[in-house]
Design a protein around this ligand. Structure first.
Ligand code: GLA
Length: 411
């Protein structure tokens, strides 16, 4: 794990002189070389946000240990906006952000964190606030001046066709690049137009491939108001070829810690998950090289929520520098096996039990296309389980993911 963190640091160090050297000279893959990690307002707070809350969340990101675990973006979602002034510059809602956005960005940066913001490729956002259509260059410049590091760009009210979506996203991405500030660009059109095929070319570093996640394990269906953890998971197989450093499929936020209290995430009967299910989502999202964007109230996380969100061994799988999204390599009778190649010939394996009874599962190296002796480490138990060159049997509880790292033994 140390190794992977060292590599990430190295990538960051290499990137600094590149983007300091001149206007927009940074390579786009330096942004999101590994999946971004942070926290976003929407699931928990919806539109009930303000500068004071955001400052508290930045403080909590540091005090809770989340920042040490490498979470860095504090992302303001919809409903921060006020009106455009006479020069067309969009102002924050003065009642919510009386000190403005620049001072908030400074506050966040002083704590070693980064600030994200939200807009939409149409006249209005999903929640009806002012969008950026027709003002892309003005808004990008405004955000760069404020010190924004991440832009989530939604698609409510915009035209249906994929080629028009491409144009609208590229226009904002070009405007962001033209500011010369490295800004992560998060495409959010919910997977409707197969963004995994075009969003990277439109300048996106990550793209949502699903509807908004709700705080539930299985919502029974998958549509704009219903998407539980496994409903989103089922959209991932096949998308692994489209992910890699600088370009990630985004299955939406981590729901650990919401416990049914979120404003948006509790829609349509989503009433929360068990601790096992929250842990399973973390395991799966790490296997999927997903952006790790927490969404619960960071100021009062319980011990399980902290344990789940900050597990360094799970995070190392997500942040592995190869950036290989896991593939589902086995699926039968409620059991799934997900496999992700890691650096140094290591392999992450997730065994998911979707059934309602505990199951014994025997992993076979031959079936997993692995060879030789492998040391088996359990990422949640933080210990070596065994060492073998053939098969390994483990028990998986209902809705649990057993998350393993296999390390070849040269002996
Ligand atoms: C859409 C997005 C959500 C959130 C809301 C805000 O639904 O998918 O993630 O940003 O808009 O209105």
């Amino acid at each position: 794990m140390e190794k992977r963190h060292d590599m990430k640091k190295k990538l960051i160090l290499i990137s600094i002189p590149v983007f300091l050297s001149g206007f927009a000279a940074f390579a786009q893959t330096d942004i999101a070389a590994t999946p971004p990690m942070g926290w976003m307002t929407w699931n928990m707070f919806g539109g009930d946000i303000n500068g004071f809350l955001l400052r508290e969340m930045a403080d909590a990101m540091v005090a809770s240990g989340m920042a040490d675990a490498e979470y860095e973006y504090i992302i303001i979602d919809d409903l921060w906006q006020g009106e455009r002034d006479s020069s067309g510059v969009l102002q924050p809602d003065p009642a919510k952000f009386p000190r403005g956005m620049k001072s908030l960005a400074d506050y966040v940066h002083e704590r070693g964190l980064k600030l994200g913001i939200y807009s939409d490729a149409a006249v209005h956002t999903c929640a009806g606030a002012t969008g950026s259509y027709g003002y892309e260059e003005v808004d990008a410049r405004t955000w760069a001046v404020w010190g924004i590091d991440y832009v989530k760009y939604d698609y409510c009210g915009a035209p249906a066709a994929a080629d028009l979506a491409f144009i609208r996203y590229k226009r904002m991405s070009d405007a962001l690049k033209a500011t010369g500030r490295p800004i992560l660009f998060a495409v959010c059109e919910w997977g409707v137009r197969k963004p995994w095929l075009w969003a990277a070319d439109a300048g996106g570093h990550i793209w949502r491939m699903s509807w908004d996640i709700r705080d539930t394990w299985d919502h029974g269906r998958f549509d704009a108001g219903h998407a539980g953890i496994v409903n989103i998971l089922d959209r991932m197989p096949g998308l692994e070829a489209c992910a890699g450093p600088g370009r990630w499929n985004d299955p939406d936020m981590l729901v650990a810690g919401l416990q049914g209290r979120g404003q948006s995430s509790n829609a349509n009967g989503a009433a929360g998950c068990s601790v096992t299910e929250y842990e399973a989502q973390m395991s799966l999202w790490c296997l999927l090289s997903a952006p790790l964007i927490a969404s619960c109230d960071l100021r009062n996380m319980d011990a399980d929520t902290k344990r789940i969100l900050t597990n360094p061994e799970a995070i190392a799988i997500d942040q592995d520098p190869l950036g290989r999204q896991a593939a589902r390599v086995y699926q039968a009778d409620g059991i799934e096996v997900w496999k992700k190649a890691l650096i140094d010939d290591e392999t992450a394996i997730g065994v998911l039990n979707r059934a309602d009874t505990a199951r014994e599962v025997t992993l076979s190296w031959r079936d997993l296309a692995l060879s030789g002796i492998q040391k088996i480490r359990d990422v949640w138990l933080h210990r070596r389980l065994g060492i073998t060159d053939s098969v390994y049997t483990l028990t998986v509880q209902p809705h649990q993911v057993r998350l393993l790292v296999l390390e070849p033994d040269p002996e």
